[in-house]
Design a protein around this ligand. Structure first.
Ligand SMILES: Cc1cc2nc3c(=O)[nH]c(=O)nc-3n(C[C@H](O)[C@H](O)[C@H](O)COP(=O)(O)OP(=O)(O)OC[C@H]3O[C@@H](n4cnc5c(N)ncnc54)[C@H](O)[C@@H]3O)c2cc1C
Length: 377
């Protein structure tokens, strides 16, 4: 059997970027993934000529020029700018909170009038608090933006996301709620953003070019020739991007996650909601968002060149075995368990642990790439 320099477990952005760098350094890599496809969570499934973000909407954004230049050297990015819209009881509001939102909420037309309205609302809440610190997320949000914005745009959405009442969630989850006194619907403050032209699979293909890849291969499957028990027979070093608790057979306990269930539908209409992302902020609507995938890559009249469209309704759910682990729940219990796994992983001199699952940390795409660009390979 060939001896590889690296066996890389996981073909998501961490594993694929590592493979790219190792390849550039003349190292021989084998990348395995237990899923039937490459790319991890950025994988796109092609439905009716539309790239469908199978594991949730992904928008690349960064202010790091090195990362932006790196990804653009592999695939060109389009001009997609994330401008989500919120639907509350059938009325639409622009996000993030900006002059458009305040006009829609109160009819105010100037920054001074908007600020006065927000301050008036905040004052009422601060009076009720009588000088004490906000004790939960509801009080925190109310004290930052007042009742109208909280009740229409934050409360229901946050409760669906976390599966708990805002009064039962800790205040620290919301540290700041930035308010923009300009008419600017661009969700991100980063200098660069977009989506790869032709979809994320193109980026992954470019990153994995030169590496050997195998899908449908679980690192913990004892019948595989590249499993956790015998990997040192086939490679000098291991890059592990799967769940860290699974790597150590859950000896310190299982880490908890929130997950998202997607209900994806192909529709016989060209343009369903006119925007890639619409948040449903009302508590009684069971889904949190509806994503219309074509808007990530088709703009203006191009939208009508394809008579069909694909939408995904997103339901935020409690994670159970067999589901995709998406968002780490960074409470005291999980943080302390994760710390034990992390300390143990530090003693492994021939294994690199990286990415959102192996580090038990929410990472956007750009920071994952930045991290790998700064590693020694
Ligand atoms: C719903 C959602 C939306 C997001 N939206 C954005 C966004 O808009 N913008 C942004 O910048 N970031 C976004 N992210 C974050 C982004 O998905 C991550 O930064 C990125 O996927 C991290 O890459 P990774 O390689 O660490 O993990 P992953 O992409 O999860 O890759 C890990 C891979 O390891 C494989 N694996 C695990 N265990 C094994 C095993 N035992 N054997 C073999 N293979 C295994 C998995 O199958 C998977 O393919 C979003 C994340 C989620 C959950």
């Amino acid at each position: 059997m060939i001896k590889y320099d690296y066996l890389i477990v996981g073909s998501g952005l961490f594993g694929a970027t590592f493979a790219y760098r190792a390849n550039q350094a003349g190292k021989k890599c084998l990348v395995i993934d237990k899923r039937p496809h490459l790319g991890g969570n950025v994988y796109c499934e092609r439905i009716a000529d539309i790239n469908v973000h199978k594991y949730g909407a992904h928008i690349f954004h960064t202010s790091n020029k090195q990362v932006w230049d790196f990804v653009n050297s592999l695939v060109e990015f389009n001009r997609y700018t994330n401008c989500p819209v919120a639907n509350y009881k059938g009325k639409l509001y622009n996000l993030p909170f900006n002059m458009n939102t305040f006009y829609q909420m109160w009819g105010v037309q100037t920054p001074d009038a908007a600020l006065a309205k927000i301050e008036e609302q905040r004052r009422n809440v601060l009076n009720d608090l009588q000088g004490r610190e906000p004790a939960n997320l509801e009080e925190q949000a109310l004290s930052l933006v007042g009742r109208d914005i909280y009740e229409k745009l934050i409360k229901g959405y946050t409760e669906k996301q976390w599966g708990r009442k805002c009064t039962e969630l800790p205040a620290f989850i919301i540290k700041r709620l930035p308010i923009r006194l300009v008419f600017d619907n661009n969700y991100f403050n980063d200098k660069y953003q977009g989506v790869p032209i032709g979809g994320y699979n193109k980026l992954i293909e470019a990153l994995l070019c030169g590496s050997e890849v195998k899908t449908d291969l679980d690192f913990f499957d004892k019948t595989s020739p590249y499993n956790s028990g015998n990997w040192r027979d086939v490679a000098n070093r291991l890059v592990y991007t799967g769940p860290i608790d699974e790597f150590y057979d859950y000896v310190y306990g299982k880490l908890e996650y929130r997950t998202v269930r997607f209900e994806t539908e192909l529709l016989n209409e060209a343009n369903h909601q006119g925007n890639a992302v619409v948040n449903y902020t009302e508590g009684s609507v069971p889904f949190t968002r509806v994503i219309e995938h074509k808007h990530f890559e088709m703009f203006g009249p191009e939208v009508y060149e394809n008579p069909r469209t694909v939408i995904s309704r997103e339901y935020s759910e409690e994670y159970r075995d067999g589901m995709e682990p998406y968002y780490p729940i960074n409470n005291e219990r999980n943080n302390s368990i994760a710390e034990k796994y992390r300390s143990r992983s530090m003693s492994e001199c021939d294994i690199v642990f990286g990415g959102r699952l192996a580090e038990y940390k929410y990472y956007d795409m750009a920071p994952v790439i930045e991290k790998v660009l700064n590693l020694d390979v």
